[in-house]
Design a protein around this ligand. Sequence first.
Ligand code: EZ4
Ligand code: CO
Length: 405
Amino acid sequence: MKIKEIKVIVCSPGRNFVTVKVITDEGTYGIGDATLNGREMAVVAYLEEHVVPCLIGRDPNEIEDIWQYLYKGVYWRKGPITMASIAAIDMALWDIKGKIAGLPVYQLLGGKSRRGVTLYAHANGESINDTLDKVQEHIDQGFKAVRLQSAIPGLKVTYGVLGDKKDYFELQGNRPLPPEEEWSTQKYFNSIVDLMRQARARFGNEVEFLHDVHSRLTPIESARLGKLMEEFNLLFLEDASIAENQDSYKVIRQHTTTPLAIGETYNTIWDCKDLIQNQLIDYIRVAATHAGGITALRRIADFASIYNVKIAPHGAPDLSPVCFAAHMHLNIWAPNFGIQEFVGFGNDKSKEIFKHNFTVENGMAYMSEAPGLGIEFDEEAALKYPYKRSYLPVSRLEDGTLWNW
Ligand code: EZ4
Ligand code: CO
């Protein structure tokens, strides 16, 4: 069997998605996700110019060798563009292998470790009451874990809270430029404690709460936040501080027992090796799409398992349903699975393009026995919704200083 053709298709049913389709000379094909929010077209060029030509004629069964070839063989290792490209090819090859074997990918990984995948939902509000009402909606739908985010009073726009805007494109005034937001650590500290206190008062201690800081704090500020959050018993505090310097988490860790999660921007095991082996975090949040696919995330999960670190893959709206499918297989298999972030299966346009049999019931996701990744991609439908340039926001302090995570 040989790889005959590889297509790279960009569509925008709401968010931009980059999908790869690997087609064999025997007619089998597989799909993978290469979406890199705000840098989509760089990945497309990398794939089309430098990856696809090297893979035509190769045996699609050799997943590991192709992964090593694309990672070690290029001289320039790592980086988000390289790793998203490798990820998409890798997912597509696992999809093909599963289809040929007539087995879902999780069976190829070693089989199920659990019946279903526990999810956490998002409650993003313009005010504390607004956020709490959204928590209630998720609880009513059966979710047992919810991430709480609320706009910070006194700041123009808070990250992740879009208000009446449907997406970042609208938030940026329908111009293809990054929107700008404000940040003040002091204002944030005042509002986050109120949010959690009111949430526990209203919902009691049964439901799990999570919170994402989007790396807006310094390590010592994160340590303080962790201490303040202890009484509210979070499942985890996400992206408190950036950890380009992985040692910086020692400062946070030595002060607080609030569980820590990080990793959605990481591309390789090297980005989180020290955090994991020094047990400075509790959950590693790398996404299959951004860290080199199923082959790479499996390796990170196994490494993390010996240090009591669980996987909790990134699941924001800018990860395509194909990435969600890859995560489903990894999550159902991994002995050290923690929880999966979940924001629904997208709008109607997205559902028209990506077809699958995943179901959600009482806050858990289940999968069918469909071979491969268990997700189909409708190319014709995808072409109806072309790429729309869009960026994540830029964050500045109130005096104008750039303050990004
Ligand atoms: O900022 O997906 O946990 N989820 C998040 C997201 C991310 C975006 C980045 O592209 O932090 O909102
Ligand atoms: Co996050």
